[in-house]
Ligand binder design. Structure first.
Ligand code: ADP
Ligand code: GN1
Ligand code: MG
Length: 361
């Protein structure tokens, strides 16, 4: 990649002098750029494996960031999103060997991989719930579906079955089926319950909202000093969805007692104290959740954890095409990790429901 050539298209303060790999995202290629003038920017090559229509995705991001910036300015407040840097022609990306975009680097912020305190996690809950609330009047019909059926767990199972069939007939991938035998059995054993939430979305029992859909902790930037919310980032998957997706994804990542790829399964649990802290923040900041939505939040946590387990397993069986991996069995390790978390949630099911019901009183 010739970064100077790519960046020449964008309206930066001055010429770039360095460009280094940055961050822990699993999808896009992210780089930190420094310019002659000392400014910093984030340059990203957007994954075309994940996103089939990048111009449509960038249109979503422009729409969302414009909308939230206007709303914040009407309220005399700072917006908590970062708008893309434009090119001389007013575009938000350039296309060379791939699609590239630039955002100003958020200085004096931190992106966390695990909450260091209850306050950190509460702040992230409020951040993602407020994001949903603020987008309640966004014209959802104008949003492109950047990844069709992204959190449709039933469809995720369809893709899993397809990957399994492909692996069966591919001599290079077939050994992975033996390797993942117990995980495949676990996935199959949970297939029927994986579709409950989707059924409730389809029937309208749970309302479709505009949601973020990728609410890992490291997609929030906190102020390095105050640890208060600065930005919600990674807006690639903002689409119509259920509040449960955003709630569940952040629980599975942030309330786990271990990293998403921890291999020692004995270290992995869903921490009930963190679960309560997050649930309090989320329910208080997303104040118009219906009673039924609140009641179903624990199912959101379990379903999204199971969905991720199945997605990691699918990618493993597919030869690791989607998620960035650091070693050959990385996706299988992530899958086992998420399955352990699902099992732990099953053990704590009554407690999870009691906690949420207590907060809702
Ligand atoms: P991915 O889709 O691959 O996760 P992200 O957009 O989340 O890509 O970026 C990856 C990481 O880069 C983030 O988790 C964050 O740490 C960092 N990052 C991204 N954009 C910015 C920004 N504008 N300022 C500071 N850090 C950023
Ligand atoms: C990806 O882009 P990133 O790293 O924030 C993925 C999420 C997964 C997550 C698992 C577009 O998130 O859905 O939950 O990895 N994003 C996309 O770590 O697939
Ligand atoms: Mg990210």
């Amino acid at each position: 990649m010739n970064y100077r050539e790519i960046l020449a298209g964008f309206e930066l303060d001055s010429d770039p002098v360095s460009c280094e790999t940055y961050g822990n995202g699993l999808i896009n290629n992210t780089f930190l750029v420094t310019t002659e003038g000392g400014e910093k920017y984030i340059l990203q090559r957007v994954s075309e494996e994940a996103f089939k229509d990048v111009p449509a995705l960038m249109e979503n991001i422009s729409g969302i960031t414009d909308f939230l910036e206007k709303k914040a300015s009407c309220r005399g407040k700072e917006a908590h999103v970062i708008a893309p840097v434009k090119t001389a022609e007013g575009k938000t990306f350039v296309k060379t060997d791939g699609y590239y975009r630039v955002t100003p680097f958020a200085r004096d912020t931190i992106s966390i991989e695990a909450p260091e305190s209850d306050d950190d996690f509460y702040e992230c809950a409020v951040a993602f719930a407020t994001f949903i609330s603020d987008l309640a009047d966004y014209p959802a019909e104008t949003l492109h579906e950047t990844i069709p059926n992204f959190h449709n767990t039933v469809d995720r199972y369809r893709l899993f079955h397809e990957a399994l069939e492909r692996a069966e007939t591919d001599p290079e991938l077939a050994p992975r089926i033996d390797e993942a035998k117990s995980e495949i059995d676990f996935a199959l054993g949970h297939e029927s319950e994986a579709g409950i939430l989707q059924g409730m979305r389809d029937s309208g029992e749970l309302p479709t909202r505009v949601t973020h859909n990728d609410t890992k902790l490291n997609n929030v930037l906190l102020d390095a000093k105050t640890r208060k919310l600065r930005y919600v980032i990674d807006l690639d998957t903002v689409m119509p969805g259920l509040a449960h997706y955003d709630y569940g994804d952040c629980i599975r990542f942030g309330a786990s007692t271990a990293a998403e790829d921890e291999e020692d399964l004995s270290k992995i649990e869903c921490d009930m104290h963190l679960f309560e802290v997050f649930s309090r923040g989320f329910i208080s900041a997303c104040s118009d959740l219906t009673d039924r939505e609140i009641e179903m939040l624990p199912l959101g946590a379990k379903t999204i954890t199971l969905e991720l387990a199945v997605r990691f397993l699918t990618d493993y069986l597919d030869g690791d095409r989607y998620f960035a991996i650091k070693y050959p069995e990385h996706n299988l390790a992530r899958c086992r990790n998420q399955m352990k978390l699902v099992s732990d949630m099953e053990k704590k099911w009554d407690e999870m429901n009691r906690i949420v019901a207590e907060i809702a009183k």
